[in-house]
Design a protein. Structure first.
Lengths: 251, 251
DNA sequence: CGGGGTTATTCTCATCTTGAGTTATTCTTA
DNA sequence: TAAGAATAACTCAAGATGAGAATAACCCCG
């Protein structure tokens, strides 16, 4: 047996097969009314030409969370205040021995949420980056185990909408209840009852707070001006905003 | 910039500072009516004499989840069917550059749940292992960032009791509603209304199924024989069994 | 400029779920 | 044998949810 102490006490790392640690980022945004994920096209083998999650090596003195933000920033060209507004959280780690054909690579995946980001090619050094609607994922082959990572990220996102104010991270500073409802409908993938949603959002303490203002105009197809809100100070929603029960996933 | 492809294409791992990947296991059980966590006492520096989570090096060809089970089995002496009944899940990864003074070590933490396990010293190769009541954690200094890892694990456990049948993993094959209630009370750290809990457990589809049998005797201090149940086939609880709202944690 | 279609917001109402307390019954212990 | 304790079932009020409808503001088209 090799336990941690023995390993660390007598271990010469260079005598063992090398391992590497990377971060991969599942960056989600809502564009054109669709939930989209950021992908980059691989230039070199393996999986050359395939699409993959943005990510890379964690630098020797770099914290993991910092590495995730850095990789995201490099691919999107985002910086400053807009970057600070992006929500990051650790998703999970992936380390199946053969997940990369070249060597043992552990990947720590992060999830990033941001409102309506611009096309990534603009400011980034990788013109081969794009947002892909998650509904188009089934028809696209991804490199490595990145499909699994994206699926885990999507499930996490759907689930966190239920009991955290995460949805407010997908909209701008000020938003209407309908904006928020669109986020829920887009991420969960099905329509919600507008009246009940409205009542619920206003009744959960700390989810939103009114600004007193309304939109300048009604909606593009009519309707009155909507009141504007900004995110409240809640960190957890109580009671939660639950997805309609999905019998299939329960058993 | 070094992105993943460039890094992996032209990278000679031995030219970089070495990194290592370990697993650490937050193993929880209920013994003597208390939630307890498995700790081992470190023999070698750094942190010699301190208590730490069981864990160790992920072997070159070993899957992370397998490594977690192996480390747990080595410290508890558990194997075969009892080991298979233990629930494992990935918790999170920790990789702050200075979390280990010797080298860059990334730790992937796992959470393990099991019913009333025996004293670990018995079958293990490390006689310096013990179960510690989590209520005693504040008075004990832990090695590395293991206190943070344990706290994250406890929060995950408390939260998973709400919406998964995890509690059934802390009791034996057959159990009474009162056994289950004791699990919730112990993990959440406060008493529940017996009648409401009973109603709720029986009303959530797939949480428990009756065996038709009852206990041999009443409780040690009186009371009728209780009906016996076994775990149902639900993977998610709908509606969830929520903790009483904790105002403090909401904001 | 007026009407039809659209949307934000508020209500109603039946149904579920929850929290708190009570009761009948069965056991154990003294 | 009586007292105390625990299981299981019931009551009742308060809260939350799902479905539908009403009201009013606003856009676009003709």
């Amino acid at each position: 047996m090799v336990n941690e102490q023995e390993f660390l006490a007598g271990y010469d790392p260079r005598a063992y097969p090398a391992v590497a640690v990377t971060v991969d980022v599942v960056a989600l945004t809502i564009r054109d009314g669709e939930l989209q994920v950021l992908l980059i096209q691989r230039a070199a083998p393996p999986f050359a030409g395939f699409w993959a999650l943005p990510g890379g090596f964690v630098r020797p003195e770099e914290d993991i969370a910092v590495a995730a933000r850095r990789e995201f920033a490099e691919e999107t060209g985002l910086g400053g205040e807009p970057l600070r507004r992006v929500h990051f959280e650790q998703l999970a780690s992936y380390g199946t021995p053969d997940r990369d054909p070249r060597m043992r690579i552990f990947s720590i995946a992060y999830l990033a949420f941001a409102p309506d980001l611009p096309e990534p090619s603009a400011g980034s050094d990788a013109g081969d980056a794009q947002w892909l609607a998650v509904t188009a994922l089934p028809t696209r082959e991804l490199a490595f185990d990145h499909r699994k990572i994206v699926e885990d990220g999507l499930e996490r996102a759907r689930s966190k909408l239920e009991y955290t104010p995460l949805a407010t991270r997908f909209v701008g500073e000020e938003f209407t209840i309908a904006d928020l409802r669109e986020v829920y409908e887009t991420v969960w993938g099905h329509p919600l009852h507008a009246g009940n949603f409205h009542r619920k959002v206003l009744s959960v303490p700390g989810l939103v707070e009114g600004t007193g203002a309304t939109t300048e105009h009604g909606g593009p197809r009519g309707g009155p001006r909507a009141r504007l809100y900004r995110a409240g100070d809640a960190r957890l929603l109580h009671p939660a905003l639950l997805r309609p029960a999905r019998e299939e996933t329960v058993r």
